[in-house]
Design a protein around this ligand. Structure first.
Ligand code: NAP
Length: 249
């Protein structure tokens, strides 16, 4: 029997378990199981992996994508560069466990946005500066799209703007705007990032990493202006497919 699972806290609205259970069912894998492990502190992780026998892989979600790194024996280059891991592959070598971390959010983001890009999309604003924002930035670098982070913190420099700095020129020069904050996520669906939406045009793409609700207020504002809108569902599917590939490699 091979076991897989998800760590994070809380895990009440988690997508991963259903996704992998469906996959296990569709592929008729009778020797594979998938469980949620809602651990309240990352300190519980070593105990978990020693107790759950034949654990072959773990998906990692909020708030442990950064804290998990200290427990790993190896880390993939991309995950190391952004400092966030959402997949851990567990191998047994000479009776000892060997844990390697990966970041499949980067792959998920790049794969999900590719079909919407055109030659006008040369630079982007990334709203937020957390783990997901860093994965998006890495993805944009791969796609040769320049980016600037937008933060609520009291900072503005070449790489980072404050929401108060955003004006007509900046919005018009950045035809891709990505919400990588939790603003607008269920149940706080009435929140949205504080950007000047009046300058959004039909040439813009508004991408929200949130997938619940499918249409956040941020995306609704884009829709009103005729922009292309994308939610986080495809990214979620792509990152999970990549995780499965890593588990089975
Ligand atoms: P996070 O670390 O909790 O927050 C990201 C950043 O958002 C923070 O660093 C902060 O940046 C900003 N922020 C947080 N609360 C805010 C508020 N009340 N007002 C304004 N800004 C706020 O989250 P994360 O793990 O990076 O994830 C961000 C979002 O992406 C979440 O909604 C998550 O569900 C989603 N996500 C989706 C996928 C997918 O596959 N679709 C994958 C990963 C994450 P500043 O302090 O610099 O402003």
């Amino acid at each position: 029997m091979k076991h897989y699972g998800l760590i994070g806290y809380p895990l009440t609205h988690s997508f991963s378990r259903n996704f992998f259970l469906e996959k296990i069912k569709n592929e008729n894998l009778t020797d594979v199981s998938y469980s949620n492990f809602p651990i309240k502190s990352i300190n519980e992780f070593p105990d978990l992996i020693s107790k759950v026998k034949k654990l072959k892989g773990i998906n990692v979600t909020s708030p442990y994508k950064e804290d998990i790194i200290k427990y790993l024996d190896d880390i993939d280059e991309e995950a190391k560069e952004i400092g966030a891991v959402n997949v851990v592959k567990i191998n047994k070598i000479n009776e000892s466990l060997f844990l390697k971390g990966y970041n499949t959010d980067i792959y998920g983001f790049v794969s999900s946005i590719k079909e919407y890009l055109n030659n006008n999309i040369k630079s982007a604003l990334i709203l937020g500066t957390g783990g997901a924002a860093k994965a998006v930035a890495f993805g944009l670098k791969k796609l040769n799209i320049n980016y600037t982070f937008v933060t609520g913190k009291n900072i503005s420099n070449n790489l980072m703007l404050n929401y108060n700095d955003l004006n007509k020129e900046i919005i018009q020069n950045n035809l891709l705007i990505i919400n990588a904050t939790p603003l607008g996520i269920f149940p706080k669906i009435n929140a949205k990032p504080n950007i000047p939406y009046k300058y959004i045009s039909e040439n813009h793409i508004l991408y929200d990493l949130i997938y619940n609700p499918a249409e956040t207020l941020f995306l609704k504002e884009g829709l009103k202006k005729g922009a292309i809108i994308i939610n986080g569902l495809k990214m979620l599917h792509f990152q999970a497919e990549k995780a499965w590939e890593i588990f089975n490699s």
